[in-house]
Design a protein around this ligand. Structure first.
Ligand code: UDP
Length: 498
C-alpha cells in the first residue's frame, strides 16, 4: 500500500518564549488530530535550539515535526551577539528585535522557494504569528494560503490591534493616566484607560518606532486567509465578537494550547513535560514536595511571565506584602528593571533578613519556575500574574483566580477583561511605575485566598472553576468547541480554500 500523501504546514512564530510555546503546542495539536500532516517550524538558530529541546522533552516527540533554522545575526541589527529572543531584553532592545524580525523575510522566502521548487514538500499553508505579518506577503507571492495565529486571547488581540491601528487615546485632551477613552470596534460602554496601555503605546503617535513596527505587521495579517486564536469560544464572547467584526476573516478558536495531561481530570497533577527548553531555578519534584506540605488552595503563586520584571521599589513592597499576608507563596524572581535581568540576584533587592524570616512560608525561585506543575497542584489557590495570555489560560484551566499586575503588550486589556467581564481577577497594579503598598498587597492576597462562603474569594474561585470546566470541555472529541474548530480549520486547509 502506498504511504498516505503528506500535507506540509510551515509555521513561523515570533521570537519570544510566550509565542514559541503555543506554536509548538499548536503543532502537537494538529499532528495529534491528523498524523498525516508534516509540520516545519522556521525560526532563528537559537530559537530552533529552544524548540529542539522542547520537542525532545515531549512525552512522544512526533516524527512529523521538523525545524528549519533561518540565518540571523543579531549584531547586524544593533543588538548584542546571540540575541534572538525577547527573553532577557530591555525595552529598547525589544523594539530592535521586533524590527530585526522583519529581516527574516529574505531567508524565509528562500526557504519557501526551495521547498516549492522541489527540495521538499510544497506547503498547503503557512501559519505565521500576527507579529510576522510579512509572511503573508511571502505566502501570497507563492500562491500559498496564509493563516495568522495570535497567541493572545480574542479580547486582548482585538484591543491590541485596534488600539495600535487607531491610537484612540491620542484624542484625549489631557493625558492623565486614569482618563477613559472608547476604542473603535468595542461597545461604547467599554472604556479603556491610559494606565492599561503599555508605556510605549501611551506615547505612540504613529511615527514612533513601535507604531512603525506594529501598524504594518497588523495590516499584513489582516490580509491573510483567516486567524487562529489561542482561546476557547465559550469564554470570550465579547472579545470574539469584536475581533470577528474587525478583521472580517474566519477566526478559529483552537485553544487551550496546553499539554493534555493538564486538561484530563483523570491524569491528575504531577510532573508535566517542560515545554520551553529552559532550565528551571528549582526542580519540579522539589516544588511539588513543598506544595504537598501546604493545605489545599492556600498558596499564592507569583510570576511575571517569561521576560518581564518589576521595579526595585515594587519588588521591595511586594516582598513585604507577601510576608505581611502570612500566606504561603512561590515567587519567581528576577533582577529588577534597570539591571541585567539574566544576571545574579542581589540580596539587597529584598528586605533584609527576608529569606530567613519567611522560612517555610515562601519558596523563592530564581528566573524560571515549573509553572504548570505549580498551577496544577491542589495547594495553589491564587496566581499573581502579569496576565500574559498563556499564563491566564494555564491558571484558568486549573480553576485558579488571578491577581493581575499587567506589565506590557496586551496584558492590561487581558486583566481588564478578566476583572470586568469575567470576574476572575483583581487588578493590584498596572505597569512598572505603579505605586504599590505592602498593605494593599497583603489585603488583596487575603481577599482572593479567603475561603468564607459568599466572600469575594469564593465567588472568584467559583467563576474560575466554571471557566476551567469550559476550557477542559472544549477539547472533548467530536463534541468540544475547540475540537470542532481545529477539525474545521484542518478541513479548510486540506480543501485549499483561499
Ligand atoms: N513560564 C514558565 N515558568 C516561568 C515563567 C513562565 O514555565 O517561570 C511559561 C508559562 O507557563 C507560559 C509562558 O512561559 O507558558 C509565558 O507566557 P505568557 O503568555 O504568560 O507571558 P509572556 O512571557 O509572553 O509575557
Amino acid at each position: 500500500e502506498p504511504p498516505p500523501v503528506t500535507k506540509h504546514i510551515v509555521m513561523l512564530p515570533f521570537m519570544a518564549q510566550g509565542h514559541l510555546i503555543p506554536f509548538i503546542e499548536l503543532a502537537h495539536k494538529i499532528l495529534n488530530h491528523n498524523p498525516t500532516f508534516t509540520i516545519t517550524i522556521a525560526n532563528t538558530p537559537l530559537n530552533i535550539n529552544y524548540l529542539r529541546s522542547a520537542i525532545a522533552n515531549h512525552p512522544s516527540p512526533p516524527s512529523q515535526l521538523h525545524l528549519k533554522p533561518l540565518p540571523f545575526t543579531s549584531s547586524d541589527h544593533h543588538l548584542p551577539p546571540n540575541c534572538e529572543n525577547t527573553d532577557g531584553l530591555s525595552l529598547s532592545q525589544v523594539i530592535k528585535l521586533f524590527h530585526a524580525s522583519a529581516a527574516l523575510e529574505t531567508p524565509f522566502r528562500r526557504f519557501i522557494s526551495d521547498v516549492v521548487s522541489g527540495e521538499g514538500i510544497p506547503p498547503v499553508c503557512i501559519i505565521s504569528d500576527i507579529f510576522m505579518g510579512w509572511a503573508n506577503r511571502v505566502a501570497q507571492s507563492f500562491g500559498i494560503v496564509n493563516y495568522s495565529f495570535t497567541t493572545g486571547g480574542a479580547y486582548g488581540t482585538a484591543a491590541y490591534c485596534l488600539i495600535w491601528m487607531h491610537l484612540p487615546h491620542r484624542n484625549l485632551a489631557n493625558g492623565g493616566t486614569h482618563n477613559e477613552f472608547p476604542v473603535p470596534g468595542f461597545p461604547e460602554s467599554c472604556r479603556f484607560t491610559i494606565s492599561q496601555l503599555h508605556q510605549y503605546l501611551q506615547a505612540a503617535d504613529g511615527e514612533d518606532e513601535w507604531s512603525r513596527f506594529f501598524q504594518p505587521q497588523i495590516s499584513f495579517s489582516l490580509q491573510s486567509n483567516g486567524w487562529l486564536c489561542n482561546t476557547v469560544e465559550e469564554i470570550e464572547t465579547l472579545g470574539l465578537e469584536v475581533l470577528r467584526n474587525y478583521i472580517k476573516l474566519p477566526v478559529w478558536c483552537i485553544g487551550p494550547l496546553l499539554p493534555l495531561k493538564m486538561l484530563k481530570n483523570n491524569l491528575g497533577p504531577g510532573i508535566i513535560s517542560p515545554r520551553s527548553g529552559k532550565r528551571p531555578g528549582i526542580q519540579p519534584e522539589e516544588c511539588i514536595e513543598w506544595l504537598d506540605s501546604h493545605p489545599t488552595r492556600s498558596v499564592i503563586y507569583i510570576s511575571f511571565g517569561s521576560q518581564n520584571t518589576i521595579s526595585e521599589t515594587q519588588m521591595m513592597e511586594l516582598a513585604k506584602g507577601l510576608e505581611e499576608s502570612k500566606k504561603p507563596f512561590i515567587w519567581v524572581i528576577r533582577p529588577p528593571i534597570g539591571f541585567d535581568i539574566k544576571g545574579d540576584f542581589r540580596p539587597e533587592w529584598l528586605p533584609s533578613g527576608f529569606k530567613d524570616r519567611i522560612g517555610k512560608q515562601g519558596l523563592v525561585v530564581h528566573n524560571w519556575a515549573p509553572q504548570l506543575e505549580i498551577l496544577c497542584h491542589r495547594s495553589t489557590g491564587a496566581f499573581l500574574s502579569h496576565c500574559g495570555w498563556n499564563s491566564v489560560m494555564e491558571g484558568l484551566s486549573q480553576g485558579i483566580p488571578l491577581i493581575g499586575w499587567p506589565l506590557a503588550a496586551e496584558q492590561g486589556y487581558n486583566a481588564k477583561m478578566l476583572m470586568e467581564d469575567i470576574g476572575v481577577c483583581v487588578v493590584l497594579a498596572q505597569g512598572v511605575h505603579s505605586r504599590i503598598a505592602k498593605e494593599e498587597v497583603s489585603r488583596v492576597i487575603n481577599v482572593v485566598l479567603d475561603k468564607s462562603e459568599g466572600g469575594k474569594g469564593e465567588i472568584m474561585r467559583r467563576k474560575a472553576k466554571e471557566l476551567g470546566e469550559l476550557i477542559r470541555a472544549s477539547i472533548e472529541i467530536d463534541k468540544g468547541s475547540s475540537y470542532i474548530m481545529i477539525n474545521d480549520f484542518l478541513t479548510s486547509v486540506l480543501s485549499g480554500v483561499k
